[in-house]
Design a protein around this ligand. Structure first.
Ligand code: UGA
Length: 425
């Protein structure tokens, strides 16, 4: 596994758990040292246990030595990051470097697997780099095998995948990779590499569109006096629509949707197709962040000098990841509008502090409420649903709640004396 980031770490640890012998490589020696001691640098349910168990059994090992890892392995997964450049295109520098390193270390037949979300045509590109960088020609295949793990449930998702997609022109590689995943019960789809790469982008962009659609419907529900939660349930019963991804909120975020939508848009432009729909999705999503901040402003009667308590910093619950987090974006907008922001997150405090230099941070949700003119709930952590809101009201300067995730019961809160607003209800 080349790259012990989010995807590499989860995939590596879970493949070890399936009974394979896995070497995870990263050039960050501090990270490798920590992982070798069983310390996992990200919060992901169940991951530390899987890493610990397989370190102990010897099925999982961490190293900085890419040559050792490649030469000793039959399968080489490329799981390095592909950060976006200024116009949203995925930066392939790390993938290219890894491809060259692999070429120098091949000693025998290898299946080289593109697991990172990479631009269309990358499987071919990696193949070409390896071919050109290899000193003596040895047999290998490059395949695309996109991952569909969600943060927060990544270990469970690995063990129960919705599908396994293998994009390859080589029957040998497909057969071997299928064998590697034996033990996982999931539909297997074998395609050409370009289609496999497209499946990943098309899936993420579709889900981002679905969230954006329900956000737009929520905004309309507010204008006409409907309740979006009822509307979503009524829509979800139609199996063609389904109940998933119909929760309105402050806009989508995270390390995947924004980046992948921007990358797909850039790919479309490069190929002469105006993907106006996706362009619209990104615009509406940005507006959704802004609408959330504007609503807090309106509810508080202006934000200059007001104290705003922010509940949640991670991009969704059950992760400490704040990359492209809507909570962080909204909190920044509140700061720009002149508010004093005090924030708390059950897991993402350390990451949040780095991203929000102008804000204050509290030890817990009650300390956030102390003296606040308004509370804004931005991440749907369970513990925010079960706070003692009577106590919260007593601590606040004025009892106002903007519930950007529709986690709370408006009837209960209003009875307690709060001014409450959710999204689309
Ligand atoms: C997403 C995909 O769901 C995974 O299948 C994919 O593998 C992953 O990206 C990736 O490409 O690596 P993830 O970024 O972990 O997973 O997060 P999601 O659970 O999909 O949520 C994305 C954003 O949409 C979050 O900000 C979340 O709060 C928001 N969302 C999601 C809503 O606002 N409403 C919903 O109903 C669902």
């Amino acid at each position: 596994m080349i790259g012990a980031g989010y995807v590499g770490l989860v995939t590596g640890a879970c493949l070890a758990d399936l009974g394979h012998t896995v070497l995870c490589v990263d050039r960050d020696s501090e990270k490798i040292e920590a992982l070798s001691a069983g310390r996992v640098p990200i919060y992901e349910e169940g991951l530390e246990a899987v890493v610990g168990k397989n370190l102990e059994s010897g099925d999982l090992r961490f190293t900085t030595d890419i040559q050792e890892a490649v030469s000793k392995s039959m399968f080489v997964f490329i799981t390095v990051d592909t950060p976006p450049d200024e116009i949203g295109r995925a930066d392939m520098t790390h993938v290219e470097e890894v491809a060259r390193s692999i070429a120098c270390s091949i000693n025998d037949y290898k299946v080289i697997i593109n697991k990172s979300t990479v631009p269309i045509g990358s499987t071919k590109m990696v193949d070409t780099i390896i071919e050109e960088s290899m000193e003596e020609h040895l047999e290998y295949d490059v395949v695309s095998n996109p991952e569909f793990l969600r943060e927060g449930t990544a270990v469970a998702d690995f063990l129960n995948p919705s599908r396994i997609v293998i994009g390859s022109d080589s029957q040998k590689a497909v057969r071997l990779l299928t064998e590697l995943y034996r033990g996982l019960d999931a539909p297997l789809l074998v395609t050409d590499p370009v289609s496999a790469e497209m499946i990943k982008y098309a899936s993420n962009a579709f889900l981002a569109t679905k969230v954006t659609y329900i956000n737009a419907i929520a905004n309309l529900c507010e204008a006409i006096g409907a309740d979006v939660r009822e509307v979503a349930i009524g829509m979800g019963y139609d199996e063609r629509i389904g109940f998933e991804f119909l929760k309105p909120g402050p806009g989508f975020g995270g390390s995947c949707f924004p980046k992948d939508c921007a990358a797909l848009l850039a790919i479309s432009r490069d190929h002469g197709y105006d993907f106006d729909l996706l362009d619209g999705v990104l615009k509406v999503n940005q507006e959704q962040h802004e609408r959330t901040a504007a609503r807090v402003d309106r509810m508080a009667g202006g934000l200059k000098g007001k104290k705003v308590g922010v509940l949640g910093l991670s991009f969704k619950a059950n992760t400490d990841d704040v990359r492209d987090s809507p909570a962080i974006k909204v909190a920044r907008m509140l700061l720009e509008r002149g508010a004093e922001v005090i924030a708390f997150d059950p897991r993402a405090m350390e990451n949040g502090r780095r991203e929000l230099p102008g804000a204050g941070f509290a030890e817990n949700a009650y300390e956030v409420a102390r003296g606040a003119d308004i509370l804004v709930l931005l991440t749907e952590w369970d513990e925010f649903k079960w706070l003692d809101y009577e106590r919260v009201r007593g601590l606040m300067a004025s009892p106002r709640v903007m519930d950007a995730r529709n986690c709370l019961d408006p009837v209960v809160l209003r009875k307690l004396g709060f001014t409450y607003e959710g999204i689309g209800r």
